[in-house]
Write a protein that binds this ligand. Structure first.
Ligand code: ADP
Length: 206
């Protein structure tokens, strides 16, 4: 089972993806994390994108597309990915569809975490003291929220058409949200197949 999770910055995508990945043996693929690693490693891509990220803008579709292809094409993760923060615009949504088709996979569930701007600002300021992300400054956070709002509507419509979209109240508690998501996953029979594949791959005791 492949899952897409999106929502504004600070919506809790990372937290929820992590919990769900552990519970259902999925691989959490966070494009934000992958991009931050590129910056940390001072790779060629890393040097190109740090100013883009720190200004609250989106990195180019080709760069993120190449990063995710590495995982989608890897058999270890086949039909076991939770896409955290991808896609963020219509081009990326279409690219993801094509990429999954190319590797004989599909998306089973799309989760949208909804949270209003006032709560986002509060959460990001709290997170800044913990994670020290340069882009967690209040003004950049507002910019990221606007970037999200500007790009996401076509993505929402895209997934509504295929009946995959589930909207979750991202203002509830971490455990309430994760229970709600778990319920949605368990209601979708793809996850049983998933666990079987995982065990079949040699993880007998997990
Ligand atoms: P948040 O969603 O809280 O802003 P992320 O860690 O998901 O945090 O993303 C951080 C930044 O990384 C984004 O503001 C953007 O610049 C870049 N980024 C992440 N995912 C993508 C993507 N799919 N396409 C383009 N840029 C991305």
């Amino acid at each position: 089972m492949n899952i897409v999770i999106f929502g504004p910055p600070g919506a809790g995508k990372g937290t929820q993806s992590n919990l769900i990945a552990k519970k259902f043996k999925l691989h959490q693929l966070s494009t934000g994390e992958l991009l931050r690693k590129e910056i940390q490693n001072q790779s060629k891509i890393g040097n190109e994108i740090s100013s883009i990220i720190n200004a609250g803008n989106l990195v180019s579709d080709n760069i993120v597309g190449d990063l995710i292809e590495k995982y989608v094409s890897d058999k270890t993760y086949k039909s076991r990915i939770i896409f955290d923060g991808y896609p963020r615009n219509l081009i990326q949504a279409r690219n993801l569809d094509d990429l999954l088709k190319k590797y004989d996979q599909k998306i089973d569930i799309v989760l949208k975490l909804s949270v209003n701007l006032e709560i986002i600002k509060k959460r990001i300021l709290e997170r800044k003291t913990l994670e020290k992300r340069v882009d967690d400054d209040e003004n950049i956070a507002i910019k990221r929220y606007k970037t999200y709002e500007r790009n996401i509507n076509p993505v929402i419509n895209f997934y509504k058409q295929s009946n995959l979209l589930k909207v979750i109240n991202g203002e509830a508690s971490v455990s309430q949200i994760s229970n709600e998501i778990s319920g949605l996953i368990e209601a979708n029979k793809g996850w049983l197949w998933n666990i079987r594949q995982y065990k079949y791959a040699g993880n007998k005791n997990s």
